[in-house]
Design a protein. Structure first.
Length: 144
């Protein structure tokens, strides 16, 4: 399973970018997403709904007090990634978790470890999505 995180400030376009990546990666296999929602009540499912509407096969939301919905019972990123793997997902896109060690596509000017590509949402187009898809396809398989 290939795993990439999309990180950036609030309202930077993370969900829009993830939705486009989900649609593109679906051509290559099953896609799952994980959304980090530490300050959102569990009832606020707008972004995770958008992941599902974009074609994600499995969506996990890790919310307030590490409550989750949809798939996992544990409140940790590794547990959620393991849940996606056991669901037969080929690609996992994680929204948030900027302090994780995952490879990251970065929106905005934040500095994070394992930045593999910085993206300006004003430049989003089909070619950028194809480039990012190729980048994900070339990632090594995720291991804990």
């Amino acid at each position: 399973m290939k795993v990439v995180a999309v990180v950036g400030p609030t309202k930077s376009g993370k969900t829009l970018l993830i939705s486009a990546l989900v649609g593109s990666l679906k051509k290559h296999g099953r896609v799952g997403t994980i959304k980090h929602m530490p300050h959102h009540p569990i009832e606020d499912k707008g972004d995770t709904r958008r992941h599902f509407q974009a074609g994600a096969d499995v969506v996990i939301g890790l919310g307030q007090n590490q409550i989750q919905f949809k798939v996992s019972r544990e409140g940790r990123l590794n547990s959620a990634l393991d849940e996606l793997r056991s669901s037969g997902v080929n690609f996992a896109i994680v929204e948030g978790f900027k302090t994780s060690l995952l490879p990251k596509i970065v929106l905005g000017e934040i500095e994070v470890a394992n930045n593999i590509r910085r993206v300006d949402m004003r430049e989003i187009n089909d070619r950028l999505i194809e480039d990012l898809t190729q980048l994900v396809l070339e990632l090594p398989d995720y291991s804990v």
